[in-house]
Write a protein that binds this ligand. Structure first.
Ligand SMILES: [Zn+2]
Length: 509
């Protein structure tokens, strides 16, 4: 009995996995034809049996009775959805001898097949094209809209067809060949520094944003309502380098697989700011079926958590593993997904329940215990992963007035200067033999890239005594000091950088 193999894909929460359909056909004397599908198909795939037979008859590929065996590989992983229709039909057509294995190899097929043989669009075109590229396949064939989405992936030739008969013709030696789609324009438009330009005053905060952008450090801002914390969080995006094409493809994969394809590759890094009432599944992903959470939607961008003490503790605990690993592993009812979640964490909170503790003009009415309790609500392990902690002063009255030519603001670092410093820091780091950002430095790597010597060691010892800093806090200060040296274009970390790091660590707990 002849066996053919056709490659397709199954969608997951964060992308697509390659699936191979193995097809065989056993002829029988009975006029009846049946289809058996094995390899953990879901209800939609099982239902495709009827469509498959109709489509094969419609295109005159199958005559006489018998039994189709179609097996989905790998067998242990559940597969779902109508995206496998086309590979199932082609495996059937191959099994009865209408298509050669050679013609079927090297291409990933994707699409729903109607009972008349028409092909219908499915979600996941781009995610499937990435899966095809990972598997070393050179082309992908899908219905038009799905194919247009796939065409954004460089390195995979994409073909589109509207009817099964076109696919069969393309795969037959004498048939009419389909023409590959052109690669769309992938150049992003320049993002600019639109948020940073609007921030008035806040020189320290702007400097801290440059540190965060250069070293990948987490940031906590403590300040009264209206101090501009959200705007500052958004301004971090302005200081991050524009996303590379590969980063944009990774960003788009989760959107593609969940059917939320925006029509072209995202141009900017994402900024996600979930409400404090968000659930664990909403933040890190989960649910049934498994869906990506905010941390995956913030991949390669910024995750902003405003009013940090209001988030439920167990929800925030879910951030620890992805902050360490840059990805999240989800599992539910035998399904597993490993989703990317490499995001930069920016958080903000009021100094007290009413928001005006320490404010120069508005009185605070909170009892001292209430202020302490409020601050202690933030989870310690999460706080450990936030290197930069900043008190954001209320916006001074003069900064609220529009800047006029007669009154230029000279003390503020301009966006261009900050961008230049961040670029310099990235260049310096890329010259070192350092695989991850400064925010991830620990153990030997920290000793090597941010050694503690002489004056710096004395300064830290003094700070430990005076402020009661933990060993974790000292490591955090050394990471930030490395970034401060990078921003100045200096190879060596000196006492000055550690002093700068101490200034960027306000006592909040
Ligand atoms: Zn208060």
């Amino acid at each position: 009995m002849r066996t053919v193999r056709v490659t397709g894909a199954s969608l997951t929460a964060g992308g697509a996995d390659r699936v191979v359909v193995e097809g065989q056909f056993a002829k029988s004397n009975s006029p009846r034809t049946e289809v058996v599908i094995t390899g953990l198909p879901d209800a939609v795939i099982r239902e495709s049996r009827g469509r498959l037979l109709c489509a094969l008859r419609e295109t005159r590929l199958q005559r006489g009775g018998g039994r189709f065996f179609l097996n989905l590989v790998p067998a242990a992983r559940p597969k779902s959805g109508e995206v496998l229709d086309l590979p199932l039909v082609l495996a059937g057509a191959g099994a009865v001898g209408h298509l050669d294995q050679e013609a079927l190899s090297g291409t990933l097929f994707l699409g729903e097949v109607g009972i008349d043989g028409a092909l219908h669009e499915v979600p996941g075109g781009l995610a499937a094209a990435l899966a095809a590229r990972r598997a070393g396949l050179t082309s992908l064939l899908a219905p038009p809209r799905t194919a247009r989405e796939a065409a954004f992936v460089p390195g995979v030739e994409v073909l589109e067809a509207t009817h099964l008969s076109q696919v069969i013709a393309h795969l037959s030696p004498q048939g009419k060949k389909l023409t590959p789609l052109e690669l769309p324009d992938l150049e992003p438009t320049a993002a600019g520094t639109k948020h940073l330009d609007v921030v008035r005053g806040q020189a320290v905060a702007k400097h801290a944003l440059a540190v965060a952008a250069a070293g990948g450090h987490g940031l906590l801002m403590v300040g009264p309502p209206g101090a501009g914390k959200t705007l500052l969080a958004r301004a971090l995006l302005d200081l991050l380098p524009p996303p590379s094409i590969e980063e944009r493809l990774e960003l788009a994969a989760a959107l593609s697989a969940s059917g939320r394809w925006p029509g072209s590759l995202p141009e900017q890094r994402p900024f996600r700011s979930p409400h404090h009432s968000t659930t664990h599944a909403g933040l890190v992903g989960g649910g049934n079926p498994l869906a990506a959470g905010e941390i995956t939607l913030a991949h390669h961008g910024v995750l902003f958590l405003d009013e940090l003490p209001e988030f439920r503790r167990e929800v925030l605990e879910g951030l620890r593993q992805p902050l360490e690993a840059g990805e999240i592993c989800l599992s539910r009812a035998g399904r597993q997904a490993r989703l990317p979640a490499q995001f930069q964490l920016v958080t903000a909170m009021n100094p007290c329940p009413c928001g005006y503790h320490g404010h120069p003009r508005i009185p605070c009415h909170c009892a001292p215990q209430a202020v302490r309790r409020y601050r202690q609500r933030i989870s310690g392990p999460l706080l450990d992963r936030i290197d930069l902690r900043l008190e954001i002063p209320p916006t001074p009255l003069e900064a609220l007035a529009p800047i006029t030519p007669s009154k230029p603001s000279q003390s503020e670092p301009c966006a261009k200067e900050l961008l230049g410093m961040v670029e310099c820091a990235h260049r310096l780091r890329s010259k070192r033999d350092q695989t991850r950002t400064n925010a991830h430095l620990q153990g030997n790597a920290l000793d090597r890239f941010s050694p503690l010597q002489g004056e710096g060691r004395r300064l830290l010892a003094h700070a430990v005594e005076r402020r009661g800093l933990s060993a974790r806090a000292v490591q955090s200060l050394r990471r930030v000091a490395r970034t401060l040296a990078d921003l100045e274009g200096q190879e060596r970390v000196v006492a000055n950088h550690l002093a700068g790091a101490l200034a960027l660590r306000a006592p909040v707990d």
